[in-house]
Write a protein that binds this ligand. Structure first.
Ligand code: EPU
Length: 441
C-alpha cells in the first residue's frame, strides 16, 4: 500500500503525450470506505476484494484498528474482523482530520454499541462540508446527540425506525443513516437519499448480511430493521467510475484510441454523453469503454449534480478537456462552494478560465506549456496531471499527498499507455537527480 506522498514528492511529465492501449481501473475509493465502516456492524470476518491501494483506505484501516477491529491486507483484499464487544476507543482526531469520510463510523458504532464519540470533521479545501444532515438523521432515529468541544457524542440504547427527509442530497450522509437503520427497531424511510452507485454497493453488502433494504439507487430507501446481521464472507468493491472518467478524459485529450477496462458504463452515462457531445467516439461494452476522436474537440457545458448528473469529482478534469476545445464552454459547480482550486494552477500552464461564483468560463483552444504546479485537492491533482500530458515540455506537479488519497498508481497506469511520467521522491530530489530536460522518461 502506498503511503501518502511526502509533501515534497513530485510528478514529472513530459508532454505532449500520445496515449494508446488499454488500462484497467481499480476498485472505487468511495465504495471501499463505507464498506470498511460497515464491517463494524457485521459479525465474523468480512473479506473485501477489489480494494484500491490508497492512502485513504490505509487511514480507514487504521481507524478500524483503533476502534478494536483486526484488519489484514493482501493485495487488493482486506480481511476485517470485528470482535463482539468492540473494545476500542473513540475515533481519533488525527485520523478524522486526515480523512473526512471517517465520519462513516458514526452510524455503525451507534447501531452496534449504542454510543459513539467522533470528532467533528471541520471544513476542507473544497468547502465547509458540514455533517448536520448525518446528525439530524441520527436524531430522528432516536439518538441523543451532543456537540462537546468539537466532538460529536451520540447515544441511543436502541435506534428506532423513522421517516427522514434529507435537506440536501448527501452521499456519506445516506450511507451513515442506512448503516444506522439496519439494526433499528421498525422501519426507516430515507427520502431524498443519494442515488450514487457507491450507496448501492454498500446496500448490496448489508443485504448479503441479512439487512432488509429496498429502493437503493432511487431517492427513497426503505430499511426494515433486523435484530442481528449474519456473517457475509466476501464482498466485491465496485470499479471506480471517477478513475475511469479520468482515463477517458486523458485519452480524449491525447486524441488517440484507448480502452478503459473493468468499468461499468451505466455508472458513467452523463460523462459518456458529455464526451460524445464534445466530439469523441465512445463505444461501450459490458465492462469496458473504448474512446477515440471523431474530429476537433467541441465545447460542451457541464453542470455538476448528484448522481446520475455530471459528477463533481470529474469537474476539474473536464475543465482541462475544455481548455483544448474550439470555443467557449461553461462549467458550473453546484455541489461544493470552493472547488476551483485548480483554476489558478491551470492558468500557469496557459489555460484561459474565468471564474465568477460557481461558474467557470473556459476559453479554448489554448496551447498549454509545461510549468511547475501544485495540487490543492484530490481531483485538482488529477486535473493537473492531465494538463501536464497536453502541455508542451516539462510539467511538475507537487502536492502528491492529495493524489495518493484517491488514485492507485495513476502515473504507472498512464506510463503503461505511453505517457512520459515519473514520480520523483524526496531523496532523489535531494541528490539532484531532477533534470530539466532529457530526463530519460
Ligand atoms: N452537506 C451538508 N450537510 C451534510 C452533508 C453534506 O450541507 O450533512 C453538503 C456538503 O457540504 C456538500 C453537499 O452537501 O456541499 C454534498 O456533500 P456529500 O455529503 O454528498 O459529500 P460527501 O458524502 O462528504 C462524497 C464523496 C466525495 C464526493 C461527494 C459528492 C466519499 C467518501 N466522498 O462526499 O468524494 O465529491 O460525495 O459526490 O464518498 C472525492 O472522492 O474526491 C470526493 C470529494
Amino acid at each position: 500500500m502506498r503511503e501518502p506522498g511526502r509533501s515534497s514528492d513530485l510528478l514529472e511529465i513530459l508532454g505532449p503525450a500520445e496515449l494508446s492501449g488499454r488500462v484497467a481501473v481499480s476498485g472505487a475509493k468511495n465504495a471501499a470506505l463505507p464498506a470498511l465502516a460497515a464491517s463494524l456492524l457485521l459479525p465474523g470476518k468480512l473479506e473485501l476484494s477489489g480494494v484500491p491501494q490508497l492512502a485513504d483506505v490505509e487511514t480507514a484501516c487504521r481507524l478500524l484498528e483503533r476502534l478494536g477491529s483486526e484488519v489484514t491486507r493482501s493485495g487488493d483484499r482486506i480481511l476485517c474482523s470485528t470482535p463482539e464487544d468492540l473494545p476500542g476507543e473513540e475515533a481519533p482526531l488525527e485520523l478524522v482530520r486526515r480523512m473526512r469520510a471517517s465520519v462513516l463510523v458514526l452510524g455503525p458504532l451507534l447501531a452496534r454499541r449504542g454510543q459513539a464519540r467522533v470528532p467533528l470533521p471541520g471544513g476542507c479545501a473544497i468547502g465547509a462540508r458540514p455533517i448536520d444532515q448525518h446528525l439530524a438523521g441520527l436524531e430522528a432515529l432516536g439518538a441523543e446527540i451532543r456537540l462537546e468541544h468539537g466532538w460529536v457524542e451520540a447515544r441511543a440504547p436502541r435506534l428506532r425506525g423513522t421517516r427522514f427527509r434529507f435537506g440536501i442530497e448527501t452521499v456519506t450522509g445516506t450511507e451513515n443513516l442506512v448503516m444506522a437503520a439496519v439494526l433499528a427497531e421498525g422501519t426507516t424511510v430515507l427520502e431524498r437519499a443519494a442515488r450514487e452507485p457507491e450507496v448501492v454497493n454498500l446496500v448490496e453488502l448489508l443485504r448479503s448480511a441479512g439487512a432488509r433494504i429496498e429502493g437503493e439507487g432511487t431517492d427513497e430507501i426503505r430499511i426494515e430493521g433486523v435484530p442481528e446481521l449474519r456473517p457475509v464472507g466476501q464482498h466485491r468493491i465496485l470499479p471506480d467510475r471517477i478513475e475511469a472518467g479520468t482515463f477517458l478524459i486523458a485519452a480524449a485529450l491525447a486524441g488517440t484510441s484507448v480502452r478503459v477496462e473493468g468499468i461499468r458504463s451505466q455508472d458513467l452515462e452523463s460523462v459518456l454523453l458529455a464526451l460524445h457531445d464534445a466530439g469523441l467516439e465512445v463505444e461501450t461494452g459490458p465492462d469496458a469503454v473504448a474512446i477515440g476522436r471523431r474530429g476537433p474537440l467541441r465545447p460542451r457545458d457541464v453542470v455538476t449534480a448528484p448522481h446520475p448528473g455530471f459528477p463533481t469529482d470529474l469537474q476539474a478534469q473536464w475543465m482541462v478537456l475544455m481548455s483544448q476545445a474550439g470555443g467557449t464552454s461553461t462549467v458550473v459547480e453546484t455541489i461544493f462552494e470552493h472547488r476551483f482550486g485548480h483554476v489558478a494552477e491551470l492558468a500557469r500552464l496557459g489555460a484561459s478560465i474565468e471564474v465568477a461564483g460557481p461558474r467557470a468560463r473556459v476559453q479554448g483552444p489554448r496551447r498549454l506549456q509545461g510549468a511547475e504546479v501544485c495540487a490543492t485537492d484530490l481531483r485538482a491533482s488529477a486535473a493537473l496531471v492531465l494538463a501536464g500530458l497536453v502541455a508542451e515540455g516539462r510539467t511538475t506537479v507537487e502536492g502528491l499527498h492529495h493524489l495518493d488519497r484517491g488514485y492507485a498508481d495513476l502515473e504507472g497506469k498512464l506510463a503503461s499507455l505511453g505517457a512520459r511520467i515519473r514520480r520523483i521522491s524526496t531523496p532523489a530530489r535531494h541528490e539532484g537527480l531532477l533534470t530539466t530536460g532529457g530526463s530519460g522518461l
